[in-house]
Design a protein around this ligand. Sequence first.
Ligand code: B12
Length: 208
Amino acid sequence: MGSEIAQLLSELREDEVIAKVKSELEAGTDPNTILEMCQEGMVLVGDRFEEGEYFISELMMSGEIFNQISEILAPGLTGTGGTKSGKIVFGTVQGDIHDIGKNLVVGLLRASNFDVIDLGVDVPPEKFVEALKETGAPVLALSGLLTIAFDAMKATVKAVEDAGLRDGVKIVLGGAPVDDTVVAYAGADAAGGDAQHGVKLCKKWFNV
Ligand code: B12
């Protein structure tokens, strides 16, 4: 079943995959599970791109379909209620414009009552520093999907250090290629994993 959604998405069969997502939801499948299947599909799209079978237009199309599915799943992915849990400055690092994953995590964090300052994509280090100063946020979340994003993450951590803010700010990195090696390379605090894991981590950091 999971592979069917992944397969349909990877083949960019828009109407069929959306219908399948809806029927799975109606059948009571956990939206988080459906989301994972869709991520699988996006990885398959990436593989086809690497193999030269797909081009940028197909990447864009997959992003478009994924965004539509995210909207359908969003209500089921809601977090806990209550007061605002804390401020988080978030953005995709300089040189990288991938934001589908970032937007998902931002949505989930907001649904869990975090006050997220979303700086968008291709964000230069100094813009992150400025936002941390303005908001006093104790958590900085950086997203990046390109290999070159690792250097931008490192530069961003350094800029936070140079501004004298590092001791009061925890930094989480996310995006498919991010692991503990990247965290160590960039000098950050943690790898965010998937969206659910990222939210859990922030809850732990904010003690909520
Ligand atoms: C869609 C897509 C695009 C779209 C992006 C649209 C958009 N608005 O984001 C477009 C067409 C614009 C695009 C462009 C390019 N892309 Co592209 N793209 C993809 C693709 C197919 C899917 C990415 C995606 O959205 N995945 C789904 C989301 C939900 O997953 P995610 O981002 O990983 O996010 C999840 C987690 O990682 C996590 N997460 C994400 N961020 C954060 C942050 C925190 C703090 C936390 C806690 C968690 C977290 O939560 C999310 C949910 O669980 C990937 C393939 C892949 N394998 O990833 C390639 C891929 C990332 N792209 C790639 C490339 C090469 C490019 C281009 C350079 C192509 C070109 N020649 O121009 C450009 C780069 C543009 C730029 N400067 O950024 C390569 C990168 C290779 C590399 N090693 O650097 C990939 C891996 C494809 C491949 N296999 O070759 N791309």
